[in-house]
Design a protein around this ligand. Structure first.
Ligand code: NAG
Ligand code: NAG
Ligand code: NAG
Ligand code: NAG
Ligand code: NAG
Length: 207
């Protein structure tokens, strides 16, 4: 195949397989450029904390619940979510991560997800951030929380073209203001956040 000049049969097979794979990847990439599918839309519709204690040994005890709406706006694309890792952040510190169950999403369908982050983690809050944390604690609403989605998906265009597994750009839901719910005290309501889902149908390595 193409530049296959190897004298060894295995080298030749390897070479052929590689060029076939590269051609397949290129044709997927070209197809995405031609049909230009809309990005899948992610929204955080609800988020609440029932615990968010930062203790003197720099340990954060947290219990964060996040509702997410995922909408595939495309008429001819099916999305197969194969690996979904949700990552929670507080002021740019990695708080915790959780895996969600894989699912398939038909064209023009919406899926409702819930991610529950629970546990403890040592996080290095800077003095300024510690001051903000204390102020937010007194108000009962925490600023600058974020949730990322690290995905591995396959996609299918109409009936005939199914991609291999790839990683879309990391979906980023930033600047969430999350109320702490304590002793049934009614917290202010959460403001819905639209997440940034980049060029969703292109592998994040292909930029
Ligand atoms: C966290 O704070 C809440 C309310 O102040 C308290 O009830 C709870 O025991 C604390 N948890 C830890 C692990 O410090
Ligand atoms: C930090 O302190 C808490 C009690 O306040 C304890 O449960 C936890 O294990 C400590 N974490 C570390 C890393 O020492
Ligand atoms: C959040 O998700 C849970 C579980 O799917 C659901 O029971 C709850 O009603 C949702 N809350 C909102 C405000 O959508
Ligand atoms: C999903 O991805 C995460 C992070 O990359 C990894 O730790 C985990 O093993 C993966 N799970 C599966 C089922 O592939
Ligand atoms: C997608 O949505 C359509 C109509 O909104 C529904 O009939 C269909 O069952 C859904 N498919 C899946 C896989 O949820």
């Amino acid at each position: 195949m193409m530049h296959c000049r190897s004298r060894h049969i295995f080298g030749c097979i390897y070479c052929t397989t590689c060029s076939l794979l590269i051609m397949l990847m290129l044709s997927y990439y070209l197809l995405m450029v031609i049909i230009n599918p809309s990005n899948v839309e992610f929204y955080v519709t609800e988020a609440s904390l029932t615990q968010f204690n930062f203790t003197s040994n720099n340990t954060l005890f947290y219990h964060l619940k996040v509702n997410v709406t995922v909408r595939n706006p495309n008429k001819h694309m099916i999305v197969y979510y194969r690996n979904i890792t949700a990552i929670a952040w507080y002021k740019d510190n990695d708080v915790g991560r959780v895996s969600l169950a894989p699912f398939d999403q038909a064209h023009k369908n919406t899926t409702y997800l819930q991610a529950l982050f629970e546990g403890q983690n040592v996080i290095p809050l800077k003095p300024k951030q510690l001051g903000e944390y204390q102020e937010e604690t007194s108000i009962g609403v925490y600023n600058d929380l974020a949730v990322d989605f690290d995905l591995k998906i396959r996609s299918k265009y109409r009936k005939w073209f199914k991609s291999g597994r790839f990683n879309p750009p990391i979906v980023q839901c930033r600047r969430m203001r999350v109320p702490l719910i304590s002793n049934g005290k009614s917290a202010p309501s959460f403001i819905v956040i639209k997440c940034n889902s980049g060029s969703f149908f292109k592998d994040r390595g292909a930029h």
